[in-house]
Design a protein around this ligand. Structure first.
Ligand code: FAD
Length: 428
């Protein structure tokens, strides 16, 4: 068979993994609906220490050292850099790596997949048939092929943002605001509604990016509510929008269950539930996890002919992507998010104020998913001990599917509520 791996998609996940596979000498092809260099719609943020560790800080368009959040009347300084990727350069970086490794692109929409003992065949909507030993589905949060069990509503992170010019700076000069949970612009009744926060940054040259964000909710907070809250938040601080250069409507699933690992193809990125269920970030995780997955696939492909047929390849790949410790942590994060979604505004502010007062390696490791299971449990226990009574009370008494998620921390293969047949991949 000529092709080792066929990657479906041309987003960050597809490009990152296709490059990593090619660099390991595999024969890789990729299938994209549009030109692979078609500009990405989303903007991607990342913590400074994450991008530095990957050696990609030269691909940032902006980097801030003055990084703060507001959970009360005074800001909390994070003491950590934050950056925004120059998304065109990040895309070009991965495309160039793929090209150097001989990556071959096909244009078309993946529509069907068939498996036989030696591999899989993807059929496109135009009737092309592409064969490979292993197919990677990197087609995003609503994947074309990957199946996930249905274990209830999926929460969406929703945000409405504006890049533009304002009558006065919405944040201090040179500043990045991760979360501004102040709500003095809302009335009492509105404060009892699901909380939202401002994510904002000074982009230089008199432009700013401001975004009203709901961390996660099922069903997701409507864009109209976010838009209204953003306008009123700014107006309360005496800031009017003068020019809109770009608007961002952001909605993606935060806590989908992990895919069924028995399926014959493998997912990566949004398709493989790799979004961090507590933060919504994923690009750092792609960069950290693509090399290990690519290495495992390359090793399995290099096994003597017939030793690693299609089913064995996909099992090896799933295990490399989602080994038991990662599955346990995913369950813990999902458990934590269930709690946060039940919190009222005061509890949320108290929770985050406590969280960002944890030792930096704890909160950073939590947010980047780089702690071991025992370290993560210790960080969460530390938070529980230091949190005020209202937060502790909210963290106790597991409700609904929280108990099931705790069960998966102990046994990550505990059965889902329904079998892996079809899925809720979109936010409810
Ligand atoms: C507005 C917004 C802002 C975000 N900001 C951040 C951030 O700052 N940091 C962060 O880490 N994460 C962020 N995320 C979350 C997440 O990282 C992104 O959603 C990310 O784009 C997902 O990457 P992906 O490659 O898995 O999927 P996508 O980027 O959705 O790419 C999927 C690819 O598959 C292709 N495709 C789909 N179906 C088919 C098919 N049938 N056949 C062939 N090709 C197909 C698509 O054309 C596309 O090329 C953000 C999300 C949104 C929506």
């Amino acid at each position: 068979m000529a092709t080792d791996v066929l990657v479906v998609g041309a987003g960050p996940a597809a490009l990152c993994l296709a490059a990593a596979l090619g660099q390991r000498g595999l024969r890789v092809e990729a299938l994209a609906e549009r030109e692979p260099d078609h500009p990405w719609a989303n903007t991607y943020g990342i913590w400074g220490h994450e991008v530095d560790a990957c050696g990609l800080s030269h691909l940032l368009a902006h980097r801030w050292s003055d990084t703060v959040s507001w959970f009360g009347s005074e800001p909390i300084a994070h003491g950590q850099d934050y950056g925004l990727f120059d998304k065109a350069r990040l895309q070009a970086h991965w495309l160039a790596q793929g090209e150097r490794a001989g990556l071959r692109w096909h244009r078309g929409r993946a529509a069907s997949i068939d498996h036989d003992p030696d591999g899989s065949v993807v059929g496109t909507a135009a009737g092309e048939r592409l064969r490979a030993r292993l197919v990677i589905d990197a087609s995003g949060h609503a994947p074309v092929f990957v199946r996930r069990p249905d274990d209830g509503p999926v929460a969406g992170q929703a945000a409405y943002g504006i890049v533009g010019r304002f009558s006065a700076p919405p944040v201090a000069p040179g500043q990045f605001v991760l979360m501004d949970y102040r709500s003095d612009h809302l009335n009492e009744a509105e404060r009892r509604q699901p909380p939202t926060f401002l994510y904002a940054m000074d982009l230089g040259d008199g432009t700013h990016f401001v975004e009203e964000t709901s961390l996660a909710l099922a069903p997701a907070v409507p864009f109209a509510v976010l838009k209204d809250r953003l306008r009123r938040r700014l107006a309360y601080r005496g800031v009017q929008v003068e020019e809109i250069h770009e608007q961002e409507h952001c909605l993606f699933p935060m806590n989908p269950p992990l895919p069924d690992r028995r399926q014959r193809l493998v997912g990566f990125g949004g398709a493989a539930s790799m979004v961090h269920p507590a933060s919504g970030y994923m690009v750092g995780s792609l960069l950290r996890r693509a090399p290990g997955l690519a290495e495992a696939i390359a090793t399995a492909c290099a096994a003597p002919a017939g030793a690693a047929p299609g089913p064995a390849l996909s099992l090896v790949a799933w295990e490399a992507l989602w080994p038991a410790p990662m599955r346990r942590k995913h369950a813990l994060y999902r458990f934590g998010l269930e709690k946060l979604m039940r919190f009222d505004e005061d509890q949320l502010r108290d929770f985050f104020a406590t969280f960002f007062r944890l030792p930096p390696d704890h909160w950073q490791g939590f947010l980047t998913n780089t702690l071991s299971v025992p370290q993560l449990v210790r960080a969460m226990a530390g938070l529980f001990v230091q949190a005020p009574g209202d937060v502790r009370w909210g963290l106790m008494l597991p409700r609904d599917r929280e108990l099931g998620l705790l069960g998966k921390v102990i046994d990550p293969d505990a059965a889902a509520t329904t079998d892996a047949n079809d899925v809720r991949t979109s936010p409810a």
